[in-house]
Design a protein around this ligand. Structure first.
Ligand code: GAL
Length: 660
């Protein structure tokens, strides 16, 4: 298991772009390639949606156009990332195998005419994927310009992780049999005696949709675990073919933001590089946990922590190598409202990714398409082929990278944040309070640490925690043996959030109540939990608790404690362990983190509004998401400035310093 702390490499950060040669006349390809190189791009991703052009009729392979495109790009000096086209099976394939299409939770079949119209569990579709990938890898696997393969595109996008099909049902039953061995074990683990839900055989189990009222949460959780495993094996089958037929090439997949439907740590174990698709403005608009005032403030910049959070998350998956595969270049087309970035933001986002250890930042897309679904989505170039603002900002970063002698840095941060997908699923399946959004709780911890100037690694539950000074555990409902051992083994200060250890692997209450296996370490027991409707707020310390609160029995006298007005602890600390018995507001969380950071010997600095910093080896990269310049003279102190103006950081801009 990765702890997100790969060795410092000697790679240099590079830029890239997503390109669709099949969208443009072949006579223009050479010009496009030349322009890409002139901007300073090194990588170009192609092919991930091109199945209908690669195999227009069953078994009729037309790869020559792609070979010519790869040659043109390669001859210009570009390195090609070739996508497997499995996110867009062609119409003829769907028609020959109509049951390969996923079924929604309402029991309705989804249709052809967009993308991702497939069911991860469908064996026949997997055979078809293996066939086209084998053909592609036989043809291009050893092409010198092809240096990376991308598997599929954005697994799970458009609600496609779960399918309520016959294929999924068959797969789920056999997965359950493998997992539980006997039906008696499964009934016991799920508590199926409740409401007479007991099964006599695995063949009797249905999928957890279309029930009269809620299905057993353990049933839901098992189906989520099963569906996550389907993504893992779907990806693994592609990887195995590519490894065999395209030796020495890296394999990557592009994950998404705000997306937790499968376990990304598990998928990334089969990859050489993780990547994600970063659309700061689209995601800001889509978030439901932010106030309108916050959205207005950062309308054209994006939330100052959201993008960084995902950089740190995906760096923490796999072996630590990561890219931004798709970087927003201008307006997108898919949010409810689609504002344009402030001038400078594309450069800022690019530098921010590099500061978090990205090997490559690749813009989506080369040129805005004047047709079809994404005709309103900007690119580096306008639909008429003239350069848009992002092309200039990318060129600026490329020339800055040329001037600065930087290497990709993914060295371990001082602070870790633990993110556990099954615990997120548990909270989503059984929130117990309408607005208990586990992702928002992760963001709250992450954002509080970053406002203190701290750099954070996001790591899997059970990861080795040695080397960290401070560990944040916002939402770990399920505490595995590995996780418990890692908490015991580290000397770090640990701040646990509410609901820690409150569920077993199968989503039941532990025999000794929460925090279950951590009762001794935390020295408390949770006797009662309450969710709180909006507006109900309990003061505690200099801040407050809302949304959720717990009633604790303490098993020892704490070193520090804040009580709510009725005397129940909101926060307790025993030595290196702190526990929050509720959903903290920003003040309470910051206070608790400052105390823990200070005990850990970490220096904290409150960042000016909108300013964030990330340590990058011997450098620090400051970004200003605010709309006005910010004074950072005191914060920079004796650091020497290598990029940007000293003392003051302009709006939508970057300052890079050298620590020593
Ligand atoms: C991503 C996707 C791209 C494109 C882009 C538009 O989710 O991978 O193919 O659709 O969004 O922002």
């Amino acid at each position: 298991m990765s702890n997100g702390a790969a060795e410092i490499t000697t790679r240099r950060p590079q830029l890239g772009v997503c390109y669709y040669p099949e969208h443009w006349p072949e006579s223009e390809w050479t010009d496009h390639a030349r322009q890409m190189v002139e901007i300073g791009l090194s990588y170009v991703r192609i092919g991930e949606f091109a199945w209908s052009r690669l195999e227009p009729n069953p078994g009729q392979y037309e790869f020559d156009w792609l070979a010519r495109a790869i040659d043109v790009l390669g001859q210009a000096g570009l390195k090609v990332v070739l996508g497997t086209p499995t996110a867009t099976p062609p119409k003829w394939l769907v028609d020959t195998m109509p049951d390969m299409i996923a079924i929604g939770p309402d029991g309705h079949k989804r249709g052809f005419g967009s993308r991702r119209h497939y069911d991860f569990s469908h064996h026949g579709y997997r055979v078809e994927c293996a066939r086209i990938i084998t053909k592609l890898a036989e043809k291009f696997g050893e092409h010198p310009a092809v240096t990376v393969w991308q598997t599929d595109n954005e697994y799970g996008c458009h609600d496609t992780t779960y399918s309520y099909s016959n294929a999924a049902l068959t797969g789920f039953r056999s997965w359950l049999k493998d997992k539980y061995g006997t039906i008696g074990n499964m009934n016991e683990a799920w508590g199926n005696v409740f409401w007479s839900m007991e099964y006599r055989d695995f063949s009797e189990i249905d999928l957890p949709n279309l029930t009269v009222t809620e299905a057993n949460p353990s049933h839901h959780l098992a189906f989520r675990r099963y569906s996550s495993d389907q993504v893992v094996t779907f990806n693994r089958e592609q990887v195995e073919i590519l490894r065999k037929l395209s030796p020495g090439r890296d394999i990557i997949h592009n994950f998404m933001g705000m997306f937790t439907e499968f376990d990304h740590f598990d998928v990334a174990e089969d990859l050489d590089i993780s990547s994600w698709d970063s659309y700061p403005l689209g995601f800001l608009e889509r978030r439901t946990d932010l106030s309108d005032a916050h959205k207005e403030k950062y309308l054209n910049q994006g939330d100052p922590d959201f993008t960084a959070f995902h950089h740190d998350l995906y760096r923490g998956t796999g072996n630590g190598r990561w890219w931004v595969m798709e970087q927003q270049p201008g307006t997108v087309n898919w949010a409810d409202w689609n504002p344009a970035p402030l001038p400078g933001m594309v450069r800022l986002w690019t530098w921010e990714a590099i500061a978090h250890g990205a090997e490559v930042v690749s813009y989506f897309r080369w040129r805005q398409a004047p047709f079809a679904q994404e005709q309103m989505h900007a690119g580096l170039n306008k639909p008429d082929g003239t350069a848009d603002i992002a092309a200039h900002e990318a060129a600026q970063v490329a020339s800055e990278l040329d001037q600065l002698d930087l290497t990709v840095d993914t060295s371990q941060a001082d602070v870790a944040l633990i993110l556990d997908y099954p615990s997120i699923w548990m909270t989503q399946i059984q929130p117990q309070g309408k607005d208990y959004d586990p992702i928002a709780l992760h963001f709250a911890f992450y954002c509080a640490a970053r406002k203190l100037g701290l750099s954070v690694d996001i790591v899997a539950s059970g990861a080795d925690l040695s080397g960290y000074e401070l560990v944040m555990v916002p939402n770990l409902l399920q505490v595995t043996e590995h996780a418990a051992a890692a908490f015991e083994a580290t000397n770090a200060q640990i701040v646990f959030g509410p609901r820690t250890g409150s569920k077993t692997h199968d989503l039941a209450i532990p025999a000794n109540l929460a925090p279950g296996p951590l009762a001794q370490l935390l020295q408390l027991r949770v006797d009662c939990v309450e969710s709180l409707r909006p507006g109900i707020v309990h003061q505690a310390g200099g801040g407050s608790i809302s949304k959720w609160r717990e009633h604790l029995t303490l098993l020892a006298t704490p070193d520090d404690c804040y009580q709510m007005p009725d005397g129940h602890p909101a926060y307790v600390q025993f030595g290196r362990i702190s526990y929050l018995a509720g959903w903290p507001d920003e003040n309470l969380l910051q206070d608790v983190l400052v105390k823990s950071a200070e005990r850990a010997g970490l220096q904290v600095q409150i960042m000016p509004d909108g300013v964030r910093v990330r340590t990058m080896g011997p450098h620090k990269v400051y970004t200003n998401y605010g709309r006005t310049p910010a004074n950072i003279e005191k914060i920079i102190g004796s650091e020497s400035i290598v990029q940007g103006e000293g003392g003051c950081i302009q709006s939508a801009s970057v300052v890079i310093t050298r620590i020593s």
